[in-house]
Design a protein around this ligand. Structure first.
Ligand code: FES
Length: 178
């Protein structure tokens, strides 16, 4: 996990507030059941799960930090590094695969130097490749970039969507786990 990225006091307070509001287990069993939900809410808040937030969850629920880190490692949807300025889900489900999503993945590798769950060296773009279906197969192949769907993509329109997003400046950092 990225331990060198410090959360501000205001951000730590947001984590405490969501834990106090929704995560008050009656016993150890319930505490364990609440961990995933708390981690998902934190990821929704920041776009990733910062080390300090994970520690607060452990402390608040009375569970071991190792248990939390184990879950973060086990579930690929959790990000333990800050995402880039722009966040993309690239659908690689059946319809998108048939429609050419592999060409988009190849373009990410060749033009931007990134693969699944990676961020470009300039910190601009993070991609998550989704092997399930994003639910809009009519528009395959498609991506979800900074909260907007882009469908029926060719390599050209794919690159254009990315470059447009970069030109528009950093997006909001509240990317939910999917
Ligand atoms: S397979 Fe990509 S949206 Fe359904």
């Amino acid at each position: 996990m990225a331990q060198d990225v410090q959360l501000s006091d205001a951000d730590l307070e947001k984590v405490r507030a969501l834990l106090n509001a929704n995560y008050n287990p009656q016993d150890h069993q319930e505490a364990q059941e609440l961990i995933l939900g708390a981690l998902q809410e934190v990821q929704h808040l920041f776009g990733w799960v910062p080390f300090e937030a994970a520690r607060l969850i452990a402390e608040h629920l009375g569970v071991s930090e190792n248990l939390i880190y184990g879950l973060l490692t086990f579930y690929a949807d959790f990000r333990t590094e800050p995402p880039g300025n722009h966040f993309m889900l690239l659908c690689h489900g059946t319809a998108c695969y048939v429609g050419g999503s592999q060409r988009l993945i190849d373009t990410l590798r060749d033009r931007y130097g990134i693969g699944a769950d990676e961020t470009t060296a300039d910190g601009e773009l993070t991609v998550q490749i989704v092997n399930g279906c994003l639910g809009v197969c009519d528009c395959a192949p498609l991506i979800h970039l900074d909260h907007v769907y882009h469908g029926n993509l060719t390599v050209e329109s794919f690159v254009e969507a990315i470059e447009n997003a970069k030109r528009n400046g950093p997006a909001r950092r509240d990317h939910a786990a999917h």
